[in-house]
Ligand binder design. Structure first.
Ligand SMILES: [Zn+2]
Length: 264
């Protein structure tokens, strides 16, 4: 795997052993991998991530095994590597190429650091998404839920990501493609049920709105009110609201399940 090195010196954050790899996505629908590297090199005082994957390439901008200020909380001190995936893909093919690089890189880094290739488990050691860190790390100050919404946008579920990280890819093609083939063979039924809800985690922090395809944090209570008003006018009832806890992060599973059938 070719890794372009555009390294600059970064402070050490925390102390070895660094027990986690953190998958992220950039949240920027326009930037290239090189933009992200340049931005990091020019504008950020500390290491925010170690690698960025995009446009068919991997750029490493900081050394691994030094911690990083990437998850906004106590697990900054556990960061062996923080890997960003760009969000500017315009086709599934473009996404697939980078997704495979992303997964392969995460797997390679985990092997290198002797970190288990598990996704978002309760053990301190493993691969932890930024979303999982947000809901589980001590002293959390982050509200980010990447990379799930972006992976979901291209049809990669939580389960799929977990499997790909554990097993890698077969010669015959990516597991996502296989999964998609299975899906397309199923008979199509007309689905009338709207899968919409609000949810909140641990009864604090932002209320999230799930519109059936993606999740957004709401900035203000009035946003929840107006969405609910429209929904009630159309459906005669309120949007269901769920309270979940960080101990049982069902919201992460929700992102996986509902997007299992990629929309065309
Ligand atoms: Zn992130």
């Amino acid at each position: 795997m070719e890794i372009k090195r555009q390294i600059r010196s970064t402070p050490q954050v925390g102390y070895a052993p660094y027990r986690q790899i953190h998958p992220h996505s950039t949240g920027n629908s326009r930037s290239t991998a090189q933009n992200e590297s340049d931005n990091q090199n020019n504008n950020r005082p500390e290491a925010f991530f170690t690698h960025v994957v995009g446009n068919g390439e991997i750029i490493q901008i900081a050394e691994t095994g030094r911690g990083a200020y990437d998850v906004g909380g106590g697990w900054n001190y556990e960061t062996y590597a923080a890997v960003e995936l760009i969000e500017s893909h315009s086709t599934k093919e473009e996404f697939e190429i980078d997704y495979r690089l992303y997964v392969n890189l995460l797997r390679q880094l985990a092997d290198e650091a002797n970190i288990p290739k598990t996704l978002d488990t309760a053990d301190l050691s493993g691969i932890k998404t930024h979303m999982y860190c947000t809901y589980h790390q001590p002293n959390n100050g982050s509200d980010h839920i990447d990379p799930y919404p972006y992976l979901n946008k291209w049809g990669v579920t939580v389960d799929q990501f977990e499997k790909d990280l554990a097993n890698g890819f077969t010669e015959s093609g990516s597991n996502t493609s296989n999964n998609e083939n299975e899906e397309t063979q199923k008979p199509k039924t007309k689905e009338e049920i709207t899968m919409i809800c609000f949810y909140q985690v641990d009864k604090k922090g932002p209320v999230y709105y799930f519109d059936g395809q993606s999740v957004r944090g709401l900035a203000h209570q009035d946003e929840q009110r107006v969405l609910n008003d429209i929904y009630r006018a159309n459906n005669g009832k309120d949007i269901p609201t769920f309270q979940w806890t960080s101990k049982a992060p069902w919201h992460a599973r929700l992102l996986g399940v509902v997007n299992r059938k990629p929309m065309k």
